[in-house]
Design a protein around this ligand. Sequence first.
Ligand SMILES: C[S@@+](CC[C@H](N)C(=O)[O-])C[C@H]1O[C@@H](n2cnc3c(N)ncnc32)[C@H](O)[C@@H]1O
Length: 383
Amino acid sequence: MDQLATPWGAIELARHPAESREGLRAFDAADDYLLRHLADAEVDLSGAAVVLGDRHGALATALVAAGAHDVSSIGDSFLGRAAARDNLSRNSVDPAAVRALTTRDAPPDRADVLLVRVPKTLALLEDQLRRLAPALHAGTTVVGAGMVKEIHTSTLRLFEEIVGPTRTSLAVRKARLIFAEPRGSSAPAPSPWPQRYALPDDVGVVSGRTVVNHAGIFCADRLDIGTRFFLQHLPGSGGFSRIIDLGCGNGVVGLAAALAHPDATVLFTDESYQAVASAEATARENGIADRAEFRAADGLADLPPRSADLVLTNPPFHTHRATTDATAWRMFTGARAVLEPGGELWVVGNRHLGYHVKLRRLFGNCATVAANPKFVILRAVKR
Ligand SMILES: C[S@@+](CC[C@H](N)C(=O)[O-])C[C@H]1O[C@@H](n2cnc3c(N)ncnc32)[C@H](O)[C@@H]1O
């Protein structure tokens, strides 16, 4: 558990799921800087406050502590929303005090204060700012926050173009704030997302098919090279009937499985709402939605045991190493729990990630289906 000293008192915060082993905090210097600014500048919090991209609920929890009573929080992450809910409760606030919206929900009609934790991708920032722009008026206080390494000239250009004149603060403890003054007129162009692209012609059953991508998802504008390798080696036979695309992104892997196994149902699941919406759009686009289900969740948590016979995954990587390791482990343990005896987990990953060690430990077996200099495809069978 972490304690954040806000100008309105200390609040207790934790991530979801609590991964204390990794020593990762549930807030950072950017959250702290933003909250101090709100108090120092005496920002009026009595109107409609909207938080975009709060990581683990630190901002929403602090706003309620500051006396704000009309708070909406918009996020793309299932884990972030779960953390925010838990953190509100932890601080004796009814989670219903904050309107929790996903990035796919209709945005609030009005924002008198808009706080933006700069997201990892510029595309998601653009998409969300364009969706929120009609809620802004000339008197809206817009403050962005991020670590210095997350804020680029292109980030500021987006605020300038979509919101209005933009400047930045000095850096404090490697965090920076962004101040944008809404023009209050002439709504900017709508979001250019979702976008679609056609798959190459060397990826088996999905060759030439179209995938649909909402802003900010993994490989939103091109096929990942690891996924491409996976698509070239997916099981084409085996009589699988209940398939899960775990960490589905735009759903390309589950689509391939659905086309290769015409009698199977496929569950597409991801912790990103943008990803789940993309997978659903991809499934509709390719005529398989009637035997598909879509779910935003942490891995396979809460699915019934023995409810699948094939789980396919390209686990997340590139974020904080400890986090991705923990996520892969949760995904693999979840797969073991939901597979029926004889069911299979297929994983693609960078060779250096050493997934075979985890799989062997969990399943007692692990075979290499294919390998190239960069990637390996592994198969573990539930005994
Ligand atoms: C490497 S991408 C693969 C996406 C897609 N399957 C592909 O190959 O293009 C990993 C995906 O896992 C998702 N993810 C990350 N953490 C997750 C979690 N805890 N539970 C479910 N999905 C998660 C990410 O949002 C991302 O879409």
